[in-house]
Design a protein around this ligand. Sequence first.
Ligand SMILES: Nc1ncnc2c1ncn2[C@@H]1O[C@H](COP(=O)(O)OP(=O)(O)OP(=O)(O)O)[C@@H](O)[C@H]1O
Length: 380
Amino acid sequence: MGAEVVVEGLTKSFGRQTIWRDVTLTLPPGEVSVMLGPSGTGKSVFLKSMIGLLKPDRGRCVVNGVDIVSCSEHKLYEIRKLFGVLFQDGALFGSMNLYDNIAFPLREHTKKSETEIKRIVLEKMDMVGLAGADKKLPGEISGGMRKRAGLARALVLDPEIILCDEPDSGLDPVRTAYISQLLLDLNAQIDATILIVTHNINLARTVPDNVGMLYRRELVMFGPREVLLTSDEPAVRQFLNGSRFGPIGMSEEKDTATLAAEQQLADAGHHDGSTDDVYGVVPQLQPTPGLPDRRGVRRRKDRVMSILHSLPPAAQEGIIESLTPDEQQHYGVRPHMFATAPIGRRPSPQPRDRIEGDLGVANLPQTTWRPPEPGQGGGV
Ligand SMILES: Nc1ncnc2c1ncn2[C@@H]1O[C@H](COP(=O)(O)OP(=O)(O)OP(=O)(O)O)[C@@H](O)[C@H]1O
Protein backbone atom coordinates (compact mmCIF):
# COMPACT_ATOMS: atom_id res chain seq x y z
CA MET A 1 0.00 0.00 0.00
CA GLY A 2 1.16 3.54 -0.74
CA ALA A 3 2.37 5.82 2.02
CA GLU A 4 0.25 8.47 3.70
CA VAL A 5 1.52 12.03 3.30
CA VAL A 6 0.60 14.47 6.07
CA VAL A 7 1.12 18.15 5.30
CA GLU A 8 0.66 20.58 8.20
CA GLY A 9 0.83 24.35 8.11
CA LEU A 10 3.16 24.45 5.13
CA THR A 11 4.15 27.96 4.03
CA LYS A 12 6.46 28.91 1.16
CA SER A 13 7.80 32.29 0.10
CA PHE A 14 10.40 33.46 -2.38
CA GLY A 15 11.85 36.60 -0.82
CA ARG A 16 8.86 38.80 0.04
CA GLN A 17 6.49 36.89 -2.25
CA THR A 18 4.37 34.41 -0.32
CA ILE A 19 3.39 31.59 -2.69
CA TRP A 20 1.01 29.85 -0.28
CA ARG A 21 0.60 29.77 3.47
CA ASP A 22 -0.63 27.34 6.05
CA VAL A 23 -1.39 24.48 3.67
CA THR A 24 -2.72 21.50 5.62
CA LEU A 25 -3.92 18.29 4.01
CA THR A 26 -3.48 14.53 4.12
CA LEU A 27 -2.99 12.37 1.05
CA PRO A 28 -4.65 9.13 2.13
CA PRO A 29 -2.57 6.01 1.41
CA GLY A 30 -3.21 4.46 -1.98
CA GLU A 31 -5.77 7.08 -3.01
CA VAL A 32 -5.57 9.35 -6.02
CA SER A 33 -5.76 13.10 -5.35
CA VAL A 34 -5.79 16.10 -7.67
CA MET A 35 -4.60 19.64 -6.93
CA LEU A 36 -6.24 22.34 -9.01
CA GLY A 37 -5.51 26.04 -9.08
CA PRO A 38 -5.13 28.97 -11.43
CA SER A 39 -1.75 29.39 -13.12
CA GLY A 40 0.93 30.73 -10.84
CA THR A 41 -0.76 29.71 -7.58
CA GLY A 42 2.19 27.52 -6.71
CA LYS A 43 1.08 24.00 -7.57
CA SER A 44 4.48 23.03 -8.97
CA VAL A 45 6.17 24.70 -6.00
CA PHE A 46 3.95 22.54 -3.77
CA LEU A 47 5.05 19.32 -5.51
CA LYS A 48 8.70 20.34 -5.31
CA SER A 49 8.31 21.15 -1.61
CA MET A 50 6.85 17.70 -0.99
CA ILE A 51 10.03 16.01 -2.19
CA GLY A 52 12.41 18.47 -0.61
CA LEU A 53 13.55 20.11 -3.87
CA LEU A 54 12.32 23.39 -2.37
CA LYS A 55 12.43 24.22 1.31
CA PRO A 56 9.23 25.64 2.83
CA ASP A 57 9.58 28.42 5.41
CA ARG A 58 7.33 26.75 7.96
CA GLY A 59 5.28 23.63 8.50
CA ARG A 60 5.72 19.88 8.15
CA CYS A 61 5.42 17.29 5.42
CA VAL A 62 5.53 13.88 7.05
CA VAL A 63 6.00 10.59 5.21
CA ASN A 64 6.53 7.35 7.13
CA GLY A 65 7.22 9.35 10.27
CA VAL A 66 9.91 11.52 8.63
CA ASP A 67 9.36 15.27 8.27
CA ILE A 68 10.79 16.15 4.87
CA VAL A 69 11.04 19.83 5.82
CA SER A 70 13.34 19.38 8.80
CA CYS A 71 15.08 16.01 8.30
CA SER A 72 18.77 15.57 7.52
CA GLU A 73 20.06 15.42 3.93
CA HIS A 74 20.75 11.73 4.42
CA LYS A 75 17.14 10.99 5.53
CA LEU A 76 15.82 13.14 2.68
CA TYR A 77 17.85 11.11 0.18
CA GLU A 78 16.35 7.91 1.59
CA ILE A 79 12.77 9.18 1.74
CA ARG A 80 12.92 10.53 -1.82
CA LYS A 81 13.26 6.95 -3.03
CA LEU A 82 9.63 6.45 -1.97
CA PHE A 83 8.59 9.07 -4.52
CA GLY A 84 8.20 8.72 -8.26
CA VAL A 85 7.85 12.04 -10.03
CA LEU A 86 6.47 12.76 -13.47
CA PHE A 87 7.69 16.26 -14.31
CA GLN A 88 5.71 18.49 -16.66
CA ASP A 89 7.91 17.90 -19.71
CA GLY A 90 8.80 14.31 -18.83
CA ALA A 91 12.34 15.57 -17.99
CA LEU A 92 13.96 12.95 -20.21
CA PHE A 93 17.60 13.15 -21.28
CA GLY A 94 17.47 14.02 -24.98
CA SER A 95 20.61 12.11 -25.88
CA MET A 96 19.52 8.82 -24.26
CA ASN A 97 17.06 6.37 -25.76
CA LEU A 98 13.93 5.52 -23.76
CA TYR A 99 15.46 2.35 -22.36
CA ASP A 100 18.45 4.21 -20.88
CA ASN A 101 16.24 7.06 -19.65
CA ILE A 102 13.99 4.65 -17.80
CA ALA A 103 16.92 2.58 -16.51
CA PHE A 104 18.66 5.72 -15.19
CA PRO A 105 17.26 5.73 -11.60
CA LEU A 106 18.03 2.01 -11.24
CA ARG A 107 21.65 2.52 -12.34
CA GLU A 108 21.98 5.60 -10.11
CA HIS A 109 20.30 4.38 -6.94
CA THR A 110 20.60 0.58 -6.91
CA LYS A 111 23.23 -2.10 -7.40
CA LYS A 112 20.97 -4.23 -9.60
CA SER A 113 22.53 -6.26 -12.43
CA GLU A 114 21.85 -5.25 -16.04
CA THR A 115 19.74 -8.41 -16.43
CA GLU A 116 17.55 -7.36 -13.52
CA ILE A 117 17.44 -3.76 -14.80
CA LYS A 118 16.30 -5.01 -18.20
CA ARG A 119 13.49 -7.02 -16.64
CA ILE A 120 12.25 -4.01 -14.66
CA VAL A 121 12.57 -1.49 -17.51
CA LEU A 122 10.70 -3.70 -19.99
CA GLU A 123 8.01 -4.44 -17.40
CA LYS A 124 7.43 -0.72 -16.71
CA MET A 125 7.49 0.13 -20.41
CA ASP A 126 4.82 -2.50 -20.94
CA MET A 127 2.75 -1.09 -18.04
CA VAL A 128 2.62 2.35 -19.67
CA GLY A 129 1.99 1.03 -23.19
CA LEU A 130 5.48 1.65 -24.58
CA ALA A 131 6.52 -1.93 -25.29
CA GLY A 132 8.90 -1.99 -28.26
CA ALA A 133 9.79 1.71 -28.10
CA ASP A 134 12.99 1.22 -26.05
CA LYS A 135 15.39 2.32 -28.82
CA LYS A 136 13.54 5.57 -29.59
CA LEU A 137 15.04 8.92 -28.64
CA PRO A 138 12.79 11.42 -26.79
CA GLY A 139 12.96 13.75 -29.82
CA GLU A 140 11.53 11.04 -32.08
CA ILE A 141 8.30 10.41 -30.15
CA SER A 142 5.06 12.28 -29.46
CA GLY A 143 4.36 14.33 -26.34
CA GLY A 144 2.03 11.62 -25.07
CA MET A 145 4.74 8.98 -25.44
CA ARG A 146 7.22 11.24 -23.62
CA LYS A 147 4.77 11.51 -20.72
CA ARG A 148 4.44 7.73 -20.66
CA ALA A 149 8.22 7.33 -20.70
CA GLY A 150 8.48 9.82 -17.82
CA LEU A 151 5.89 7.80 -15.96
CA ALA A 152 7.73 4.51 -16.61
CA ARG A 153 10.89 6.11 -15.22
CA ALA A 154 8.93 7.29 -12.17
CA LEU A 155 7.86 3.67 -11.58
CA VAL A 156 11.17 1.79 -11.71
CA LEU A 157 12.01 2.21 -8.03
CA ASP A 158 8.56 0.92 -7.02
CA PRO A 159 7.42 4.23 -5.52
CA GLU A 160 4.87 4.41 -2.74
CA ILE A 161 3.94 7.94 -3.77
CA ILE A 162 3.67 9.24 -7.34
CA LEU A 163 3.59 12.97 -8.04
CA CYS A 164 2.47 14.06 -11.50
CA ASP A 165 2.89 17.66 -12.61
CA GLU A 166 0.31 18.36 -15.33
CA PRO A 167 0.38 14.93 -16.99
CA ASP A 168 -2.05 16.31 -19.60
CA SER A 169 -0.10 19.44 -20.57
CA GLY A 170 0.31 19.67 -24.33
CA LEU A 171 -1.85 16.61 -24.96
CA ASP A 172 -5.02 16.49 -27.02
CA PRO A 173 -8.28 15.47 -25.28
CA VAL A 174 -8.04 11.87 -26.47
CA ARG A 175 -4.44 11.42 -25.29
CA THR A 176 -5.45 13.09 -22.02
CA ALA A 177 -8.23 10.51 -21.61
CA TYR A 178 -5.66 7.75 -22.19
CA ILE A 179 -3.22 9.13 -19.63
CA SER A 180 -6.08 9.55 -17.13
CA GLN A 181 -6.98 5.90 -17.56
CA LEU A 182 -3.33 4.91 -17.32
CA LEU A 183 -2.89 6.70 -13.99
CA LEU A 184 -5.92 4.96 -12.55
CA ASP A 185 -4.78 1.59 -13.93
CA LEU A 186 -1.36 2.08 -12.36
CA ASN A 187 -3.03 2.86 -9.05
CA ALA A 188 -5.01 -0.39 -9.33
CA GLN A 189 -1.84 -2.35 -10.08
CA ILE A 190 0.53 -0.92 -7.47
CA ASP A 191 -1.76 0.78 -4.90
CA ALA A 192 0.51 3.82 -4.74
CA THR A 193 -0.60 7.17 -3.33
CA ILE A 194 -0.92 9.54 -6.29
CA LEU A 195 -1.08 13.34 -6.41
CA ILE A 196 -1.80 14.94 -9.78
CA VAL A 197 -1.47 18.65 -10.47
CA THR A 198 -3.63 19.62 -13.41
CA HIS A 199 -5.82 22.27 -15.04
CA ASN A 200 -7.83 19.64 -16.84
CA ILE A 201 -11.37 19.67 -15.51
CA ASN A 202 -12.36 16.36 -17.13
CA LEU A 203 -9.43 14.65 -15.46
CA ALA A 204 -10.22 16.36 -12.14
CA ARG A 205 -13.85 15.27 -12.31
CA THR A 206 -13.33 11.65 -13.31
CA VAL A 207 -10.00 10.40 -11.98
CA PRO A 208 -9.32 11.32 -8.35
CA ASP A 209 -10.74 10.25 -5.03
CA ASN A 210 -9.88 13.64 -3.52
CA VAL A 211 -9.58 17.11 -4.96
CA GLY A 212 -8.09 20.33 -3.62
CA MET A 213 -7.58 23.80 -4.97
CA LEU A 214 -4.93 26.46 -4.33
CA TYR A 215 -6.07 30.04 -4.75
CA ARG A 216 -5.06 33.40 -3.30
CA ARG A 217 -2.11 31.88 -1.51
CA GLU A 218 -4.39 29.48 0.38
CA LEU A 219 -5.61 25.93 0.05
CA VAL A 220 -9.27 26.74 -0.64
CA MET A 221 -10.31 23.21 0.16
CA PHE A 222 -9.08 19.65 0.04
CA GLY A 223 -11.23 16.60 0.57
CA PRO A 224 -13.36 13.90 -1.04
CA ARG A 225 -14.03 14.67 -4.72
CA GLU A 226 -17.74 15.10 -4.05
CA VAL A 227 -17.06 18.18 -1.90
CA LEU A 228 -15.28 20.24 -4.54
CA LEU A 229 -17.51 19.02 -7.38
CA THR A 230 -20.62 20.25 -5.55
CA SER A 231 -19.00 23.31 -4.00
CA ASP A 232 -20.56 26.75 -4.29
CA GLU A 233 -17.33 28.55 -3.43
CA PRO A 234 -17.27 31.20 -6.22
CA ALA A 235 -13.61 30.64 -7.14
CA VAL A 236 -14.13 26.87 -7.32
CA ARG A 237 -17.25 27.21 -9.49
CA GLN A 238 -15.55 29.70 -11.79
CA PHE A 239 -12.50 27.48 -12.17
CA LEU A 240 -14.48 24.29 -12.85
CA ASN A 241 -16.61 26.13 -15.42
CA GLY A 242 -13.73 27.93 -17.11
CA SER A 243 -15.68 31.18 -16.83
CA ARG A 244 -14.32 34.70 -17.13
CA PHE A 245 -16.90 35.93 -14.64
CA GLY A 246 -15.92 35.43 -11.03
CA PRO A 247 -13.23 36.31 -8.55
CA ILE A 248 -10.33 34.85 -10.57
CA GLY A 249 -8.87 37.45 -12.94
CA MET A 250 -6.41 37.37 -15.85
CA SER A 251 -3.39 37.24 -13.57
CA GLU A 252 -4.66 37.90 -10.03
CA GLU A 253 -7.92 38.33 -8.15
CA LYS A 254 -10.12 41.18 -9.33
CA ASP A 255 -10.78 44.47 -7.59
CA THR A 256 -14.27 45.65 -6.67
CA ALA A 257 -14.62 47.98 -9.68
CA THR A 258 -13.75 45.19 -12.12
CA LEU A 259 -16.21 42.86 -10.41
CA ALA A 260 -18.97 45.46 -10.63
CA ALA A 261 -18.29 46.09 -14.34
CA GLU A 262 -18.33 42.36 -14.93
CA GLN A 263 -21.61 41.99 -13.12
CA GLN A 264 -23.06 44.59 -15.50
CA LEU A 265 -21.81 42.56 -18.47
CA ALA A 266 -23.36 39.43 -17.02
CA ASP A 267 -26.63 41.26 -16.38
CA ALA A 268 -26.58 42.43 -20.00
CA GLY A 269 -26.29 38.80 -21.15
CA HIS A 270 -22.62 38.73 -22.24
CA HIS A 271 -21.13 35.27 -22.61
CA ASP A 272 -18.69 34.34 -19.85
CA GLY A 273 -16.60 31.94 -21.93
CA SER A 274 -17.87 28.75 -20.29
CA THR A 275 -19.96 26.09 -22.01
CA ASP A 276 -21.90 23.79 -19.72
CA ASP A 277 -22.48 24.38 -16.04
CA VAL A 278 -20.09 21.86 -14.53
CA TYR A 279 -21.77 20.98 -11.28
CA GLY A 280 -22.24 17.69 -9.51
CA VAL A 281 -20.60 14.34 -9.13
CA VAL A 282 -19.96 12.36 -12.30
CA PRO A 283 -19.02 8.65 -12.22
CA GLN A 284 -15.36 7.99 -11.46
CA LEU A 285 -13.20 6.11 -13.96
CA GLN A 286 -12.75 2.41 -13.24
CA PRO A 287 -9.61 0.35 -13.87
CA THR A 288 -9.47 -1.33 -17.27
CA PRO A 289 -11.28 -4.71 -17.14
CA GLY A 290 -8.89 -7.50 -16.26
CA LEU A 291 -6.86 -5.36 -13.87
CA PRO A 292 -7.24 -5.74 -10.10
CA ASP A 293 -9.80 -3.62 -8.23
CA ARG A 294 -8.39 -0.49 -6.64
CA ARG A 295 -7.72 -1.32 -3.00
CA GLY A 296 -7.85 2.38 -2.19
CA VAL A 297 -11.51 2.49 -3.12
CA ARG A 298 -12.59 0.18 -0.30
CA ARG A 299 -10.40 1.98 2.23
CA ARG A 300 -11.75 5.33 0.99
CA LYS A 301 -15.35 4.24 1.44
CA ASP A 302 -14.77 3.47 5.10
CA ARG A 303 -12.80 6.68 5.56
CA VAL A 304 -15.30 8.94 3.81
CA MET A 305 -18.32 7.33 5.49
CA SER A 306 -16.70 8.03 8.87
CA ILE A 307 -16.60 11.77 8.08
CA LEU A 308 -19.85 11.89 6.10
CA HIS A 309 -21.66 13.84 8.79
CA SER A 310 -19.10 16.66 8.52
CA LEU A 311 -19.56 17.17 4.76
CA PRO A 312 -21.99 19.56 3.03
CA PRO A 313 -25.37 18.01 2.08
CA ALA A 314 -24.74 17.92 -1.68
CA ALA A 315 -21.42 16.12 -1.14
CA GLN A 316 -23.09 13.64 1.24
CA GLU A 317 -25.72 12.98 -1.39
CA GLY A 318 -23.10 12.40 -4.09
CA ILE A 319 -21.23 9.96 -1.86
CA ILE A 320 -24.36 8.02 -0.89
CA GLU A 321 -25.52 7.80 -4.50
CA SER A 322 -22.16 6.36 -5.53
CA LEU A 323 -22.66 3.38 -3.17
CA THR A 324 -24.33 0.17 -4.28
CA PRO A 325 -27.60 -0.72 -2.50
CA ASP A 326 -25.69 -3.32 -0.46
CA GLU A 327 -23.13 -0.74 0.57
CA GLN A 328 -25.86 1.74 1.48
CA GLN A 329 -27.34 -0.93 3.71
CA HIS A 330 -23.91 -1.78 5.15
CA TYR A 331 -23.30 1.85 6.10
CA GLY A 332 -26.92 2.45 7.17
CA VAL A 333 -27.57 5.28 4.68
CA ARG A 334 -30.04 5.87 1.88
CA PRO A 335 -30.26 8.49 -0.89
CA HIS A 336 -31.74 11.87 0.04
CA MET A 337 -31.41 11.17 3.76
CA PHE A 338 -29.43 14.36 4.39
CA ALA A 339 -29.52 16.52 1.29
CA THR A 340 -32.42 18.77 0.48
CA ALA A 341 -31.61 19.12 -3.24
CA PRO A 342 -31.05 16.13 -5.56
CA ILE A 343 -27.60 15.86 -7.05
CA GLY A 344 -27.22 17.80 -10.27
CA ARG A 345 -29.40 20.62 -8.95
CA ARG A 346 -27.43 23.27 -7.22
CA PRO A 347 -28.37 23.99 -3.61
CA SER A 348 -28.38 27.64 -2.64
CA PRO A 349 -24.94 28.88 -1.61
CA GLN A 350 -24.01 28.06 1.95
CA PRO A 351 -22.84 30.87 4.21
CA ARG A 352 -19.09 30.47 4.54
CA ASP A 353 -19.13 29.56 8.23
CA ARG A 354 -21.46 26.62 7.62
CA ILE A 355 -19.04 24.78 5.36
CA GLU A 356 -15.89 25.30 7.37
CA GLY A 357 -14.62 23.07 10.13
CA ASP A 358 -13.82 19.45 9.36
CA LEU A 359 -13.60 20.22 5.66
CA GLY A 360 -10.60 22.47 5.91
CA VAL A 361 -12.19 25.21 3.83
CA ALA A 362 -9.88 28.22 3.96
CA ASN A 363 -11.09 31.48 5.40
CA LEU A 364 -10.75 33.42 2.17
CA PRO A 365 -11.17 37.17 2.08
CA GLN A 366 -14.79 37.99 1.25
CA THR A 367 -15.47 38.82 -2.35
CA THR A 368 -18.26 41.03 -3.65
CA TRP A 369 -18.68 38.80 -6.70
CA ARG A 370 -22.03 36.98 -6.96
CA PRO A 371 -23.12 34.56 -9.69
CA PRO A 372 -25.50 36.10 -12.21
CA GLU A 373 -29.16 35.24 -11.62
CA PRO A 374 -30.50 32.38 -13.79
CA GLY A 375 -31.61 33.66 -17.17
CA GLN A 376 -29.41 36.74 -16.99
CA GLY A 377 -26.54 35.32 -18.99
CA GLY A 378 -23.30 34.07 -17.68
CA GLY A 379 -24.23 30.43 -17.30
CA VAL A 380 -22.06 30.17 -14.20
N1 LIG B 1 12.75 28.93 -7.78
C1 LIG B 1 11.92 29.99 -7.76
N2 LIG B 1 12.34 31.21 -7.38
C2 LIG B 1 11.50 32.26 -7.32
N3 LIG B 1 10.18 32.20 -7.65
C3 LIG B 1 9.71 31.02 -8.05
C4 LIG B 1 10.54 29.84 -8.13
N4 LIG B 1 9.77 28.80 -8.54
C5 LIG B 1 8.52 29.29 -8.71
N5 LIG B 1 8.48 30.60 -8.43
C6 LIG B 1 7.28 31.46 -8.47
O1 LIG B 1 6.27 30.81 -7.73
C7 LIG B 1 4.99 31.09 -8.31
C8 LIG B 1 4.22 29.81 -8.49
O2 LIG B 1 4.84 29.06 -9.52
P1 LIG B 1 4.35 27.60 -9.92
O3 LIG B 1 5.13 27.20 -11.13
O4 LIG B 1 4.43 26.69 -8.76
O5 LIG B 1 2.82 27.86 -10.28
P2 LIG B 1 1.79 26.82 -10.88
O6 LIG B 1 0.54 26.95 -10.06
O7 LIG B 1 2.38 25.46 -10.96
O8 LIG B 1 1.55 27.46 -12.31
P3 LIG B 1 1.14 26.75 -13.71
O9 LIG B 1 -0.24 26.23 -13.52
O10 LIG B 1 1.18 27.89 -14.68
O11 LIG B 1 2.16 25.68 -14.00
C9 LIG B 1 5.26 31.86 -9.59
O12 LIG B 1 5.08 33.23 -9.34
C10 LIG B 1 6.72 31.58 -9.87
O13 LIG B 1 7.33 32.63 -10.57
